[in-house]
Ligand binder design. Structure first.
Ligand code: ATP
Length: 670
């Protein structure tokens, strides 16, 4: 009998999908169907009668979790069942588990701190540790947060992290470590968990004899996607849930490990077989996505230890990838836009085209170009927390209602009041975190005179509801409280108001506000995508994405911009071999997103700073990842040559034909 889930699988894929309950490792190249294998395996388990609740599917993004669940649903005979599997990102599942077993951890409430809250909390505390002042170079709060996260994610003492990676901060090591101790104590006291704590807490629960046994009994099947990107905490959790590997499936590609900066290591994928001697290793090399010329380039550029060479399943040969040398960033933007439109005219919808980049700021000029030409686009990744600050302000108001001890959220909200500076915000936050809105009158009295009316208004509204109030009423009160603050605070409020209204609407429909708030802290990048209004739609748009956010996705045509040294590899990564290796894996991820056409753009001249008006210009070189062997697999074009403008070697020749005329004053002197 053929089932939907088994249809079209090739031999090795089928072997993986039909494998029994021994530990299974699928180590595979890009586009070889890892995701397909995982979803088919889930569907097979469901069709074999495994209750959905007994399957745990761990992914790296919320988007991946949602799409895998719906793909599994489409493949199995009972689509409803697939919706009931336990699935989500490590952090989202950790949040649910921790909330469920909060009392075992001595927590009354679980409030999740997003990375920006962490900065706020460290900011609140740092002056008590001699880390303020201008006498010497002090680490920024962001650097301190980074030290903390690296220590936790790699299980390395903070002092060693400072010595190894933040040598310039060694003089302040004592104060930093003290501050981090204080930070940990304050979180515990107030029931606050940052994203790393969620994993630490989950691991502690798995290791606890009582709770651990229950968690193990709950899931017979644990499937993990993108295992090359797990860190030690996640490895410990997975091992804790499946100590002898029974029911465990992991899939991954060591050449696509791109989260080393978060303490992840592809080594975990490569050594997993050693931890489970009876495990089955399935390697997938047949690529169902791209044409062979694209794969030839990908194989050439492929880093990593697994000996994988991708072979196209598709019969059609296809075009060779292009290397497009442009004059500068502006020329690159115009060329990309030209090519997008040309492909569109040839019948390729905009949705089938993506522009990928190392860093969000690389598309600044292109975004202007697309707007001018009315080409609709959406942008994923690289959305700074700053850009969603207004959304987080509203979330902070929800959080103080749900957990009045949440000092960080008080601090944030207080800072939005006109007339309240950091010092007052700090002391008032402490007061309100200790006594909630019951201390409103006292707080108002202590606030600077010109902030009193505003603060009174905020606290009255927030005090009119509490955690037990119905969700829509809480949302209403909070929305009412923050709306006037944000209007005053953000000069570009017009642009932000729809986001805030949208979040308020989404929150009001949620039965569990606490879960809603937790989710937003955990997966903030999707936040902007999810709440963004449809891009100035038509129903067709180009995707602009950082390579990190493009992982796991594919398009008919991929335009990789800024394919030059300094951008890809990023010059920030040039200082270490590990950093450089990670950049190469990013490059590989970018190349392997393309199905039919792939173009790498290299602007020959770029400013030293992407957005500064005063930057100098420097000559660039094509990315070092495009070695001569790789370039031999590409068709090179030079936009300057097509206009007869190629400068002599190293010289800056003026273009033969000016695009903008400068002779309008000539008449004055006729
Ligand atoms: N057996 C198959 N027959 C036809 N198409 C397939 C098969 N397996 C996978 N595909 C298709 O190949 C493409 C890549 O599959 P999938 O996304 O599962 O690969 P992946 O290994 O997860 O990729 P990556 O690691 O690059 O994100 C998808 O379009 C998928 O539908």
């Amino acid at each position: 009998m053929t089932n939907d889930w088994s249809e079209g699988l090739d031999g090795p894929q089928r072997e993986a999908v039909e494998h029994g309950d021994g530990p299974l490792i699928v180590a595979a190249g890009a586009g070889t169907g890892k995701t397909r294998v995982l979803t088919a395996r889930v569907a097979r388990l469901l069709d074999a009668g495994v209750p959905p609740e007994r399957i745990l599917l761990l992914t790296f993004t919320r988007r991946a979790a949602a799409s895998m669940t719906s793909r599994a649903a489409a493949l199995c005979s009972d689509p409803q069942a697939a919706q009931r599997i336990a699935g989500g990102t490590f952090h989202a599942v950790a949040h649910r588990v921790v909330a469920e077993y909060a009392q075992h951890l001595g927590l009354r409430d679980v409030t999740v701190l997003d990375p920006d809250d962490v900065i706020d909390l460290l900011d609140l505390l740092r002056d008590e540790h001699g880390l303020d002042g201008t006498q010497r170079r002090l680490p920024t709060t962001r650097a301190i947060a980074d030290i903390c996260s690296r220590a936790v994610n790699t299980g390395t003492p903070a002092r060693a992290v400072i010595a190894d990676q933040f040598g310039w901060a060694l003089d302040s090591a004592d104060q930093i470590v003290e501050l981090l101790r204080h930070y940990a104590a304050r979180k515990r006291e107030r029931g606050l968990l940052d994203l790393d704590d969620l994993l630490v807490a989950w691991r502690a629960l798995v290791r606890d004899p009582g709770v651990g046994a229950r968690l193990r009994a709950r899931w017979d099947w644990v499937l993990v996607d993108e295992y090359q990107d797990v860190n030690q905490l996640q490895v410990d959790i997975v091992h804790g849930l499946a100590p002898d590997g029974t029911g465990l499936t992991v899939v991954g590609d060591d050449a696509q490990a791109i989260y080393g900066f978060r303490g992840a290591s592809a080594g975990h994928l490569l050594t997993l077989a050693d931890s489970f001697p009876g495990s089955r290793l399935v390697t997938l090399q047949r690529n169902f996505r791209s044409t062979q010329p694209i794969l030839d380039l990908a194989n050439e550029a492929r880093p990593g230890d697994l000996p994988i060479r991708l072979l196209a399943d598709r019969a059609a040969r296809g075009e060779r990838p292009g290397l497009v040398v442009c004059e500068n960033g502006d020329d690159e933007a115009r060329t990309v836009a030209d090519r997008i439109l040309a492909a569109h005219t040839d019948g390729l919808p905009l949705r089938e085209q993506a522009v990928l980049m190392r860093t969000g700021s690389h598309s600044a000029l292109l975004e202007v170009e697309l707007k001018v030409r009315n080409i609709p686009f959406v942008k994923f990744g690289g959305i700074g927390y700053l850009e969603t600050a207004h959304v987080r302000d509203l979330l902070a108001s929800f959080r103080v209602v749900l957990n009045p001890a949440d000092e960080v959220s008080w601090y944030r909200l207080l800072g939005r009041h006109r007339g309240i500076g950091k010092v007052h915000a700090r002391s008032l936050a402490r007061m309100l975190a200790d006594g909630g809105t019951e201390r409103a009158a006292e707080a108002v009295a202590e606030a600077p005179a010109r902030a009193r009316t505003g603060l009174q208004g905020t606290l009255t509204l927030l005090g009119s509801v509490d955690a037990a109030t119905a969700v829509p009423a809480i949302v209403d009160a909070c929305h009412g409280a923050v709306d006037p603050l944000l209007r005053q605070h953000y000069p570009d409020w017009q642009r932000r108001v729809t986001d805030v209204d949208g979040v308020a609407r989404a929150a009001a429909q949620h039965a569990d506000l606490r879960a809603f708030v937790g989710e937003q802290a955990i997966d903030p990048v999707d936040l902007a995508g999810d709440w963004a209004k449809d891009p100035h739609l038509d129903e067709d748009w180009v995707t602009l994405s950082t390579i990190h956010s493009a992982k796991g996705l594919e398009w008919g045509a991929v335009h990789l911009i800024r394919g030059c040294d300094g951008a890809l590899p990023s010059d920030m990564a040039l200082g270490s071999d590990d950093g450089l290796a990670e950049e190469q894996r990013l490059f590989y991820v970018a190349l392997t997103r393309a199905r039919d056409t792939l173009d790498v753009y290299v602007p020959a001249r770029l400013p030293t700073h992407p957005t500064s008006f005063n930057a100098r210009f420097i000559m660039t070189k094509p990315s070092r990842f495009l070695a001569p062997e790789a370039r031999a697999l590409m068709d090179e074009t030079d936009t300057r040559a097509s206009r007869g403008e190629v400068p002599a070697q190293g010289a800056e020749a003026p273009p033969a034909v000016a695009r903008v005329r400068l002779d309008e004053f000539d008449d004055l002197f006729a």
